[in-house]
Design a protein around this ligand. Structure first.
Ligand code: AMP
Length: 470
């Protein structure tokens, strides 16, 4: 199937071509004809499947059939989505796909000044992409009128409910006309979502692309059982020894995200944290620096990371498992997007075994375990092993970054000197640590160039711990 056969207009086909898309993804192939036909749609699709274009392209096509009446400045389509970042990304997609059409759109979210948004609205827009709270602020100020809406899209509906937006959504639905086309997208279908959809959609067409609550096939998942106190050392080691250039790391709390980001910085990794307590400016900056490669590790909480679209993100790490099993699916959906391969590694300490069981129950299968020598769940009882291994990660990063002179390198060098001292001490006192590089190499093979492939399984140095298949 190609985009031409879906019946989209020439201006949209041109924009699609400029995006480099050659064929529709499964959700696009199914959703576009339904939306073009004018029917309501209930779609099960997680982020990363191409769902944004699945609703944006036919929405633009339909709006363009009756161009904007400049005199009345009516808002004609409303896309509601929970986190600010996702609203901004959908806004970018609307701009990209609609670049050859005379339609105007704007993005509305909280955490930034309302004035510039009001000014943009004054000129009249056809499409608003908004988070629920700020949208209702505008409605109550009289700066947005939803009474002429023709198309309503609720994206990531399950997350909006999780985030407690159900009352806002019900208020918004009361403000839009009864006669409209409604599209509801959700990665998962709880009873609550089904209830909501019953009241919102009229004889909807249902489509479900990824079987519900399953994770994208191209994502390789692994569990590394690890003592809680060794998690940070293991994470630093994995990133450094495998030379991962772009890693998204999930923590459960904002405070945990800040603390981990600081620790990783001290380990010499350029790191930023992104969570709800950060200002919108800080969040946008962290994301763009992460996307551009300036920041190597982005530590995020679930809500902040929801909907982040970073092309070709190769590594996601669950530093802590989420309490809600569905969040695991959302988290790892940040990698393996649009058909790319990706890897999701979860560091699981004994206190999280219950969460892991819930996640595996939801997925309907077990995730493979791999044990990292010196870091497994029992390793807490062997502090020397743990410390000396983490120090070696610091040493290793020092070697990798030799020759450059930025502050991180200086910090690595500083850490490494103290690491070396403690390493010498540990090596003397701990015979389980491979102290003889050549002997280690004879046993485990040549050190590899660990920048690609399945990084944890490769060894960049004879001194780093080995992974034992588990
Ligand atoms: P989404 O699930 O909407 O967040 O989209 C995930 C990613 O897939 C985005 O980076 C899109 O640019 C990309 N994408 C969407 N549709 C296609 C397509 N037909 N071919 C290739 N990439 C696509």
């Amino acid at each position: 199937m190609n985009f031409e056969s879906l019946g989209l207009n020439a201006a949209l086909l041109r924009a699609i071509n400029e995006q480099g898309y050659t064929q529709p993804t499964p959700i696009q192939a199914k959703a576009i004809p339904v939306v073009l036909s004018g029917r309501d749609l209930l779609a099960g699709a997680q982020t990363g499947t191409g769902k944004t274009a699945g609703f944006t392209l036919p929405l633009l096509h339909r709006l363009n059939r009756h161009p904007h009446d400049r005199k009345h400045k009516n808002v004609r389509a409303l896309i509601v989505t929970p986190p600010r970042e996702l609203a901004a990304q959908i806004g970018e997609s609307v701009n990209d796909y609609g670049r050859h059409l005379p339609l105007r759109s704007t993005v509305i979210f909280g955490g930034v000044k309302i004035g510039p948004q009001v000014n943009r609205l004054k000129d009249g827009v056809d499409i608003i992409i908004a988070t629920p709270g700020r949208l209702l602020d505008h409605v109550s100020q009289g700066t947005i009128d939803l009474s002429k809406i023709e198309m309503l899209v609720l994206d990531e509906a399950d997350r909006m409910l999780d985030m407690g937006f159900i009352h806002d959504i019900r208020r918004i639905v009361k403000l839009v006309p009864e006669k409209r086309q409604t599209l509801l997208f959700s990665a998962t279908f709880s009873n609550e979502i089904r209830q909501l959809s019953k009241g919102l959609l009229h004889s909807p067409e249902s489509i479900d692309v990824a079987p519900r609550n399953t994770t994208a096939e191209r994502i390789e998942q692994r569990i590394l059982p690890v003592a809680k106190s060794s998690k940070r050392a293991l994470l630093s080691w994995m990133i450094g020894s495998n030379n991962w250039r772009q890693v998204l790391v999930f923590t459960r709390t904002k405070h945990g995200a800040n603390r981990l980001a600081q620790q990783l910085e001290r380990d010499g990794l350029t790191t930023a944290a992104i969570h709800g307590n950060k200002s919108q400016g800080a969040r946008t900056r962290a994301l763009s620096e992460f996307k551009s490669g300036k920041v190597q590790v982005l530590v995020a909480t679930d809500i902040a990371a929801r909907g982040l679209d970073i092309e070709q993100l190769p590594h996601v790490v669950n530093y802590e498992l989420p309490n809600v099993p569905e969040d695991y699916v959302h988290r790892i959906g940040r990698t393996g997007r649009a058909g790319m391969e990706g890897e999701a590694v979860s560091l699981v300490s004994p206190d999280e075994n219950g969460n892991l069981r819930d996640i595996e129950k939801l997925l309907g299968r077990k995730i493979p375990r791999e044990h990292v020598e010196g870091f497994d769940q029992d390793a807490a009882a062997k502090p020397n092993v743990r410390h000396s291994t983490s120090d070696k990660a610091v040493e290793q990063r020092k070697r990798q970054s030799r020759g450059s002179h930025n502050s991180n390198d200086r910090r690595i060098a500083r850490n490494s000197r103290s690491a070396k001292r403690s390493q010498d001490k540990n090596t003397r006192s701990n015979s389980s640590e491979p102290s003889n590089t050549n002997a280690w190499r004879r046993k485990h093979g040549k050190p590899g160039n660990a920048s690609q492939g399945k990084p944890v399984r490769r060894r960049t140095s004879g001194e780093v711990p080995a992974l034992l298949g588990g």
